[in-house]
Design a binder for this molecule. Structure first.
Ligand code: NAD
Length: 292
């Protein structure tokens, strides 16, 4: 049987990249998966877990004859990798990524992969967890989840079709939008919530009575702060890469907090009730939608 993707070069064999490899293997949609990483221990785990077939000797070895090069590393690492692989890419190799921000990745592709732009396909899977590393990878991570493509003006339709087919083989539903629209949306519904969760846990941890506070923290605290268990490097890079959109969301949230503070200071029960009721209704509607 011929597989759709004979060789995948995977830079970053963590939760996101590892889950792509497992899903493609389970679907019989990939031949060899060659891994590149920073940690030998993690890459050796990935071999034991059947995520990758071998560890690349170096970046040139990884991309040699690769049909698809998938960059699944923190977005702050993308520039260095693009620079390193550019001279070694096969003529028709697709370069795609899984980064959580898209305008920065698109700009880096323009800067470092100028001769290869027709085959560059920025992408972001809307699935994940607060866990990291190869051991967190799961074959079903992308099943029925959204995958957003933000193709460049120069991206060839065949390259988009190949990346679409790769993610469909992982079980994902494909959407398309501009990189700017993507970054504005995810600043609001993903990047801001992560910033807030990190801020709250850090604030509590700095208190003199932190032990006592954590000792009494229960399910509300757990649910609000789950994502503060995420990789600091990954979220530092996302915040910096999406700085303008994230600052705008932070300002909007600050204005909302000011409004709530004023209502509380004035013991304005109607104002508090209005915000809480609107939020409860919107949260219930959203929850019903995502469990469909
Ligand atoms: P992860 O920490 O589980 O995996 C990233 C891997 O990349 C690590 O094994 C790390 O050692 C490796 N790495 C770092 N720098 C490298 C380099 N220069 N060369 C080779 N390997 C390198 O993180 P993850 O959750 O898989 O995230 C990967 C990407 O996916 C990030 O860009 C992130 O923004 C994006 N993403 C994450 C989620 C999520 O919920 N975790 C969701 C969607 C997209």
């Amino acid at each position: 049987m011929t597989v759709a993707l004979p060789k995948l070069a995977l830079f970053g064999v963590g939760l996101i990249g590892g889950s792509v490899a497992l899903a493609l293997k389970q679907a019989g949609a990939v031949g060899e998966v060659v891994g590149v990483g920073r940690s030998t221990a993690n890459l050796e785990d990935a071999i034991k877990l059947g995520i990758i077939d071998r560890i690349a000797a170096d970046a040139a070895d990884a991309v040699r004859d690769a049909d698809v090069v998938l960059l699944a590393v923190p977005v702050g690492q993308m520039a260095g990798i693009m620079q390193t692989i550019a001279p070694h890419l096969a003529a028709h190799a697709i370069v795609t990524d899984a980064g959580s921000t898209k305008q920065d990745v698109a700009a880096l592709m323009q800067q470092h992969l100028g001769a290869h732009l027709a085959y560059c396909v920025p992408a972001h899977p809307i699935a994940g967890a607060e866990l990291s590393g190869a051991s967190a990878a799961r074959a079903d991570l992308y099943q029925s989840r959204n995958l957003v493509l933000t193709p460049l003006a120069a991206t060839h339709p065949d390259a988009i079709a190949r990346v679409t087919a790769m993610w469909q083989a992982c079980g994902a539903n494909i959407s398309r939008m501009s990189a700017a629209e993507h970054d504005a949306i995810f600043a609001a519904v993903s990047h801001l919530p992560h910033l807030l969760a990190f801020a709250l846990v850090d604030m509590i941890a700095q208190r003199d009575n932190a032990d006592q506070l954590f000792g009494f923290a229960a399910s509300g605290f757990r649910d609000f702060t789950r994502i503060a268990g995420s990789s600091p490097e990954m979220w530092r890079d996302i915040a910096l890469a999406n700085q303008p959109a994230l600052l705008a969301e932070l300002d909007a949230y600050q204005a909302q907090l000011d409004k709530l503070r004023e209502a509380l200071a004035n013991l304005d029960s109607a104002a508090l009730n209005q915000v809480f009721s609107n939020a409860q209704q919107a949260r219930q509607n959203w929850a019903a939608r995502i469990t469909d």
